[in-house]
Design a protein around this ligand. Structure first.
Ligand SMILES: [Ca+2]
Ligand SMILES: [Ca+2]
Length: 280
């Protein structure tokens, strides 16, 4: 499952759990549904930020956890490209088509993208990660387990964000509500605290996040989800498994992508090979 699709599924699941009697089907009437994460803000531990010296080097990234030759940054780029990207030296993405939800920009040159830690590493450090092991910090910095920890966005938007918190920086696009939801969700999943000012801002802001029944309708990239979340091959032949050349990339049956120099074991932890892809 791609990252954005997972994110949307998660939000839908939360809505159905919290509002079991609410119909989200299109019926012509507008339903106002408050984002459920308003309550979740109260579930976060409130604490003043740690003032111990921050060192970015203590959050090792980007690693290649599954050793498929795509490091974490490349994994995100592949997952979020609207088209099957092109590669250099087999493991690096050069071009594709990405939509930077922070500033509504379409980007085709991978070098123009940053993969953003939605909750910045420094913010994580100040919110409890200063007490973590280096291994846990590495896991956080390379978190692909959910779709909202890492996001490919324009360099300009990411660098204006820096390590700022929501009260000091928000996307210029209509992605704001989703951003706030993701911020709370990441902090909750990693048991990171919020400081009092941050908590007040999150609670106030999230109460203004309503919608007409489509939970992520303010996310432009999600409005056409079926087309935007699954990379599709735009060039090069699809070949059978037996005919796959060395170095081919495979789409696995669970929707992830895998690369193997020898083909052996490719997608073995991801449901097997669905099809082999060869980029021109
Ligand atoms: Ca990898
Ligand atoms: Ca904070």
């Amino acid at each position: 499952m791609s990252q954005k699709r997972y994110r949307i599924s998660l939000v839908l699941l939360l809505l159905f759990v919290l509002f079991p009697n609410t119909s989200f089907a299109s019926s012509g009437e507008t339903k106002i549904v408050r984002f459920p994460t308003v309550a979740s803000v109260d579930d976060l531990v409130v604490a003043n930020e740690s003032t111990t010296a921050y060192n970015r080097a203590l959050f090792k990234h980007w690693i290649d956890a599954d050793k498929d030759c795509f490091d974490t940054r490349v994994e995100v780029l592949i997952a979020e490209s609207k088209i099957w990207p092109k590669f250099k030296s087999r493991c690096k993405v050069t071009t594709g088509e990405w939509f930077s939800v922070y500033d509504n920009k379409t980007i085709t040159d991978a070098s123009k993208l940053d993969v953003d830690h939605l909750v910045p590493l420094q913010e994580a450090w100040q919110s409890g990660a200063d007490k973590w092991s280096n291994k846990k910090r590495q896991d956080f910095a390379n978190d692909l387990s959910e779709g909202n920890s890492l996001i490919a966005v324009s360099q300009g938007s990411n660098r204006s964000k820096g390590s700022k918190e929501p009260q000091n920086w928000l996307p210029t696009s209509s992605y704001v509500c989703q951003y706030l939801i993701d911020w709370v969700d990441v902090k909750k999943r990693w048991n990171l605290s919020v400081d009092p000012v941050e908590k007040d801002f999150l609670k106030t802001s999230l109460t203004t996040c309503t919608n007409g029944g489509a939970p992520v309708s303010t996310n432009p990239s999600a409005t056409n989800n079926s087309n935007t979340t699954t990379p599709t091959k735009t060039s090069g032949p699809v070949v059978s498994e037996t005919g796959a050349p060395k170095g081919a990339t495979a789409q696995c049956k669970n929707g992830t992508y895998s690369f193997s120099k020898t083909r052996s074991g490719t997608c073995s932890r991801n449901g097997g090979v669905k099809e082999w892809l060869v980029s021109n």
